[in-house]
Design a protein around this ligand. Sequence first.
Ligand code: AMP
Length: 513
Amino acid sequence: MNIANWLNDAAHRWPTRPALFEGDRQVADYQRFADHVRALASELSEQHGIQAGDRVALFMKNCCQYLELFYAIWWVGAIAVPINCKLHRNEAAWIAGNAEARLIFTDDGEQFAQGELPEGCSELAGLRGSVDHRIEPLSVAAPTPRHADDLAWLFYTSGTTGRSKGVMLSHGNLMAMSLCYPVDVDAVSAADAVVYAAPMSHGAGLYNFIHVRCGARHVVPASRGFKAAELFELATTLGDVTLFAAPTMVKRIVGQARQQGYGGEGIKTIVYGGAPMYLADLQDAVDTFGSRLVQIYGQGESPMTVSALPREVIADRTHPQWVRLASSVGLAQSCVEIRIVDAERKPLATGQSGEIAVRGATVMQGYWRNEASTREALVDGWLFTGDIGYLDHEGYLTLTDRSKDVIISGGSNVYPREVEEVLALHPDVFEVCVVGEPDPEWGESVVAFVVARDRSLLEERALNAWFVERMASFKKPKKYVFRAELPKNSYGKILKTDLRLWLKEAASTAAAP
Ligand code: AMP
């Protein structure tokens, strides 16, 4: 089944329900939303010859038209290729080329100079002023029939650890992901307003489906991005707001809320995930927002759907096991099984740490035109995530790190995450990120990049003393690098690759005669 049927159904059932909002202003009900989509679908097929299976890229900031274009692409059976709008034009052109996209929608249709886009790919403006004048006679009345395995979304990985790959997500994958949401993450109703504060090309965009299915409201902030104060105003005006946020965004939201004396009025749920949430930050978030937080763990290859940590568990700070449970990423979501495996990919016992493997209806079809990577990641339906973790006796999954990030120092494994957790608890540390640096004596040594709340108050000595009181001293950072901020991608993930590169360059400069 074509996932665009969900919009078709919603428009038939609830034509007058409010659907699309720019800020707090309604711009379309479900009837109008579907009408715009049909008009755009006609344009795609008649004027541009887009057919089932063709790829159409979106390189735009968040906007209501993003959703319309998504559904128009699926309506004609084509495959959406959302590209992170913060990427450089060259990177976007690379993705369009890799996906062999026939069209690329940009805000104004003028992002690329002649010759910058791959042959056969044309640029079009996605934002065209008022959407109303686009309603034209319709040639594409209903969504093109699609099979569950047919592709709907090429999800280009954020590339924090290397070159981006196109994860092939089918209509069936997206439906399974969406249907897990109300069972494992949060109940959804028509009264809800999903606010797209994070890029729609990624996790936030993936949460549109279940909200379309339930006839809820879709809200793009007027700033078209993430501003905590704007979010609070929207939540207060619209009510029942749900949003997806990376942990670094949650941290900013909490900081701003405390400054303003805002307690989360109008926010129903903040779903966080995509990167580790340190316990110190989670404590602050729960103190500020109470039971509004839910955690998910997933990756593009099993989008938003590996495990979930329910709001009751996160909010119950008095539970004797709170630290253990809140440090986990929760329980397997309904449509997946989780297994922990050793280096030979053999299953490990409960409590043992190894690579996390996942099997189920959300697992990707493979990487686009990349058989070698597909063979490496997918074996007998199991997806090998590259994340390291363990399952406890109750089925809670705890992530220790990405396998690529583990530091091997003097033959011992050091998980950056555990070092970061300890340093993040220090009252004068605002943010921290730990990476390994090649070391002639130890193989690798531990380096901590630290953002201090007030640099004049924070001494390396104090951090060391804090550390050795809490953790084995062989894990202690050999070096601290103080920074005003840490490099992040537009999803709020800290770019460890940039930090490693910086260390490499600093080492070669120091070695130069
Ligand atoms: P992406 O495919 O870009 O969404 O990145 C997925 C990766 O982000 C996962 O493989 C994990 O390493 C990390 N990740 C996702 N969710 C969480 C979470 N809740 N806690 C810690 N790391 C996470």
